[in-house]
Write a protein that binds this ligand. Structure first.
Ligand code: AMP
Length: 531
């Protein structure tokens, strides 16, 4: 049969087969909100119906500005099954960037957590959202329409519109290598097939018996597909809300008997330190799995978690890839390899997921799978973006023969394991979120005493990378780091501020006259950050 692959059967499955399974969310006041997939199902459909009644047309974008919790999960399903596009806004961005993104996406509706209203209010006057629904997480009556009363408007008699599997279901913006953030649209089909592939053992390996906890934000690359995955397999989900510190997370791991978590190395390192500092304080489920990605998982971290009985599974992906690309599980016969060899493999980013084709390409063409020759990693597959949203001129990320250029430099070993060794993208990844070096540079060069500025990523023990600014002053001026920091403060998100400013006479350039960032990265690789 020609049967459309959409999110509808996933929602139906969750509601009809797993109605008694729990979904637990941490509220801002740290209390736990508990309900079941049956409640979730009813409310996600109520949201779909209410949106249709409010005039949602097929393809309309509905933005969310939310932490990870049950209402966000409802939006993940309720918006697309009504024919709309759930557009997750990154709450870590500067208000100016959010305004640009909302306008570029032409979001008609916005669902926002009450605790995030101060952020919305910073860009509200710059955007033309028609209707704003506020999720009352703190129990107070919000000064806008409440999401709860919006849902009450639904009769419960909802029938799904006819959906084409190629129709857009989701939208997420990623920091551009240059310039403004770029949107990536996810079709129903991409999300449905991605969700199936995520469930396999060998990838995320999630089953009904699991208790999942995505620390990775739902505003970032579909939270690695976990919200959809949980609903598909009917696994209990615990959602951390705004409490992402190690202790709060560990308390939740313990109280909900979590078996599988997903998050970036910075968060997991914090958890590791807390566990090592107070051994025995938390009783975690034996054999817990931890999918770590978004940035490289250090081998030492994998080893230390093993000693605590927690198995780290390294994964690599991108917003443009829905995001799953590779996941690192050992093959059966590797379990007998010597310890060193096993860890060497486990620290790699892993094998491509089913349906994801990979190749690494350098100036001479496709590189051999010899574990040494480096090339830019290119991918293709059913959940990889074919273009950026409404940016027809941005074609240079796709090759003539139809592959997506990831901007990551990798080697591939004879077994097919990918190892990311470098990045060509001019971006800094701090704690799993991007900082645009280009935006920092252009802003810095707007200072009257700065002639040139180059901002690079420098390895950092906690954040993975942090920005370091290399600045050339205009002749005869004496501008200092503190002054530049003050200059940047109102213009970029606070956590983007470079941790160090280094003043130099000139910045090395390529033959084409561009900043030679590779040289700078080399020069500052062993930079000692102040404690
Ligand atoms: P994003 O689109 O924000 O999810 O970022 C995707 C990018 O993050 C990739 O292109 C890589 O540069 C980086 N990344 C993701 N996972 C890993 C990993 N396991 N190791 C190294 N870099 C990673």
């Amino acid at each position: 049969m020609k049967y459309p692959l959409t999110l509808v059967p996933i929602l139906e499955r969750a509601g009809k087969l797993f109605g008694r399974v729990e979904i637990v969310s941490r509220c801002p006041d740290k209390s736990l909100h508990r309900y079941t997939y049956a409640d979730f199902y009813r409310r996600a459909r109520a949201l779909a119906e209410a949106l249709q009644r409010a005039g949602l047309r097929p393809g309309d974008r509905v933005a969310t500005l939310m932490w990870n919790h049950h209402a966000h999960l409802e939006a993940y399903f309720g918006i697309p099954v009504a024919g709309g596009v759930v557009h997750t806004l990154n709450l870590r961005l500067h208000a100016g960037d959010l305004a640009y993104i909302v306008n570029h996406a032409q979001d008609r509706f916005l669902i926002v957590d009450d605790v995030l209203l101060p952020l919305y209010e910073k860009f509200k006057d710059q955007v033309g959202v028609e209707r704003v629904m506020v999720v009352p997480l703190s129990g107070q009556t919000p000064p806008y329409e409440s999401y709860e009363s919006f849902l009450v408007g639904a009769s419960g008699q909802f029938s799904y519109p006819e959906l084409d599997e190629e129709q857009a279901a989701g939208l997420c913006f990623t920091s551009g290598t240059t310039g403004r953030p770029k949107g990536v649209l996810y079709s129903h089909r991409a999300l449905a097939v991605h969700t199936l592939a995520c469930a396999l053992s060998g990838t995320m390996g999630i089953a009904q018996q699991d208790v999942m906890l995505a620390v990775v934000p739902m505003f970032h690359a579909n939270a690695w597909g976990w919200p959809y995955l949980g609903a598909l397999v009917g696994a209990k989900q615990a959602l951390p809300g705004p409490h992402l510190d190690a202790e709060s997370l560990l308390d939740l791991f313990q109280s909900e008997q979590v078996t599988a978590v997903a998050g970036v190395p910075t968060i997991m390192l914090g958890i590791l330190q807390a566990l090592e500092k107070e051994p025995g304080r938390w009783k975690l489920t034996p054999g817990m799995r931890m999918v770590v990605g978004g940035a490289a998982a250090p081998e030492a971290m994998i080893r230390r978690f093993d000693q605590l009985g927690i198995r780290v599974v390294h994964a690599w992906g991108m917003t443009e890839m829905t995001p799953m690309g590779t996941v690192c599980e050992l093959k059966s016969y590797m379990e007998d390899w010597p310890e060193e060899a096993r860890y060497e493999v486990r620290a790699k980013q892993g094998l491509p997921a089913p349906f994801v084709e990979i190749r690494a390409v350098n100036e001479r063409g496709e590189v051999p799978w010899d574990a040494t020759t480096q090339g830019e990693l290119q991918v293709r597959g059913p959940w990889i973006a074919a273009r950026y949203y409404k940016l027809p001129e941005e074609q240079n990320r796709w090759t003539q023969d139809g592959w997506f250029r990831t901007g990551d430099v990798a080697t591939i070993d004879p077994e097919g394991y990918v190892k990311i060794v470098d990045r060509t993208k001019d971006l800094i990844k701090s704690g799993g979120e991007w900082i645009s070096s280009v935006e920092l540079e252009t802003t810095l060069m707007g200072h009257p005493e700065v002639r040139e500025a180059a901002v690079i990523a420098v390895p950092h023990p906690k954040w993975g990378e942090r920005p370091l600014a290399v600045v050339v002053r205009k002749d005869g001026t004496r501008v200092a780091a503190e002054e530049l920091r003050e200059f940047l403060t109102p213009r970029v998100a606070k956590w983007w501020l470079p941790d160090a400013f280094v003043f130099v006479e000139e910045i090395p350039r390529t033959s084409a006259g561009k900043f030679m960032k590779s040289r700078l990265r080399e020069q500052f690789r062993d930079w000692k950050w102040e404690a």
